[in-house]
Design a protein around this ligand. Structure first.
Ligand SMILES: NC(=O)c1ccc[n+]([C@@H]2O[C@H](COP(=O)([O-])OP(=O)(O)OC[C@H]3O[C@@H](n4cnc5c(N)ncnc54)[C@H](O)[C@@H]3O)[C@@H](O)[C@H]2O)c1
Length: 260
């Protein structure tokens, strides 16, 4: 299969749903052999099936990103299957909406372990494999919450800000090894994660007071950004946080009288 990731081996965490699935399908269309790592077996297998049905190559590895042994195993399973690893996409993540005083220690640890420690350990185990191959790319999913958070997302926002800083520091450490490490800060993207808080009534989906572009983001918008950062199109880009948010982080719109 031809494409921007022709013959590359890509490991995608959270590939069973939303942004991860969309990224997996795009990477496979662009010629990558894809390993889907997800805690939800049925969903991960479904992504594999869609890739294979479309003529691509993919396998599933059941992985809990809260479990350090699973993370080491997903990298090992990728190398055992395809004899290498070129692209790591850190997409697995969980939301959390609660006021700070209502968060218990177990919830705090779970969000940090999956959304931050999991990304760190994915990098830790992928980097030596990429060093041996002479290079590679890592794309992690942070969030606009890591830049400008809302209420009720303190722990989630802290984890995502952590992903942004991990990305920068690790990018400095491994640039000389030809390993590029970047992250994406999605804004509000329509996925199963956000479906609970998106109004069902499309007429009620007016986000025009928040960002300039007239829609909610799609998983495909993030997948395209991930492809750019994963492939040679971004060969001089490392340590960046690419914001894909319809312009949300630019600032809110203030009513101003033109005549004033
Ligand atoms: N949807 C948004 O608006 C938005 C915005 C900013 C950032 N993000 C981030 O994008 C990423 C993907 O989110 P999404 O919206 O596609 O959500 P989603 O719920 O559709 O997909 C998340 C995937 O991660 C998997 N997962 C969850 N916990 C896991 C674990 N412990 N181990 C392995 N896999 C696990 C789920 O099974 C699922 O397949 C997350 O990191 C999320 O924080 C999403």
């Amino acid at each position: 299969m031809n494409g921007k990731l022709k013959d590359k081996i890509a490991l995608i965490t959270g590939g069973g749903s939303g942004i991860g699935r969309s990224t997996a399908l795009l990477f496979a269309r662009e010629g990558a052999k894809v390993v889907i790592a997800d805690i939800t077996t049925d969903a991960g297998q479904e992504t594999v099936k869609r890739i294979v049905d479309a003529g691509g190559e993919a396998v599933f590895v059941e992985t809990d990103m809260a479990n350090p042994d699973d993370i080491e195993n997903m990298v090992k399973a990728t190398v055992d299957k395809y004899e290498g690893l070129d692209v790591l996409f850190n997409g697995a993540g969980i939301p959390m909406f609660a006021k700070a005083a209502d968060v218990d220690v177990e919830e705090f640890d779970r969000v940090i372990n999956i959304n931050l420690r999991g990304v760190f350990l994915g990098c830790k185990h992928a980097i030596p494999v990429m060093q041996q191959r002479g290079g590679g790319t890592i794309v992690s999913i942070a969030s606009t919450a890591g830049i400008t958070p809302n209420q009720y997302v303190s722990v989630y926002a802290a984890a995502k800000a952590g992903v942004m800083q991990l990305t920068k520091s690790i990018a400095i450490e491994y640039g000389a090894d030809n390993i590029r490490i970047n992250c994406i800060c999605p804004g509000f993207i329509e996925t199963p994660m956000t479906s609970l808080i998106i109004p069902e009534d499309t007429a009620a989906r007016d986000y025009s007071h928040l960002w300039p572009l007239p829609s909610i983001g799609r998983p495909e918008d993030i997948a395209q950004a991930a492809l750019y950062l994963a492939c040679d199109d971004s060969s001089f880009v490392t340590g960046t946080a690419l914001v894909v948010d319809g312009g949300w982080m630019v600032g809110t719109q203030m009513p101003i009288s033109k005549s004033g």
